[in-house]
Design a protein around this ligand. Sequence first.
Ligand code: PGA
Length: 258
Amino acid sequence: MTGGGKVVAGNWKMNHGPREAQAFASRLRLPDGSSAEILLFPPAISLAGVREGLEGSGLTDRIGLGVQNVHFEDSGAYTGETSVRMAAEAGAGHVLVGHSERRHVFGETDADTARKVAAVFRGGLIPVLCVGENLQEREAGRVEEVILRQLETVLASETIRLSMASDDAGFLLAYEPVWAIGTGRTATPDDASAAHAVLRSHLVERLGDRGRHVRILYGGSVNPDNAGDLMSAAEVDGVLVGGASLDPGEFSHIIGAA
Ligand code: PGA
């Protein structure tokens, strides 16, 4: 874990079009003295709206922007897709890769996520790789096996490991148990710590010292009431917030808990 502040990231999923995005960003107020690193992942089509709103509220320099998905090719005949270069040009610095909805609703495989992480590094942006087990896997005692498989598919690529080893290549990991996403059922801080510790030791085994500095975020029904406890848990370097990031007041409370 790094010594810096916590990361508070908001994943809007398929919510807030350009106008609502602008309104959100112009209404967002940060708690006094907050040192959290703040990231927002609006729908790609709403990035410009968020940027305009942030300019209005004077927060452009305080909030990093990202997209929720990219294609792994740099350009071409891929109707409906967004490339890393396009995302960067629209103002994204980060990219969510392998969110459970991408995996389970859109059938994205571990191999796809590895190709996307490679594309994000190639384009000079920062991937936020999401991993997490579903309820059946948790109940079968397979948490460790599942999350390590999802992480290792990415780390198995030498190109990716070399990108990660370079000093300025950022990489974040998000542990998001599928049973906790959008369900109101949150992992306990101890559950989160245990999973994060498993991921941390694998990162260190594969990346050496660099693995100690990868920030690991927890995601799954984070809200203003539980964010503080989760972020105080060992190995939890921040949170990835879905539903509770849609309202500027609630999101600001979570930032305040960091
Ligand atoms: P949630 O979503 O906070 O609404 O559970 C988290 C996520 O999917 O990133």
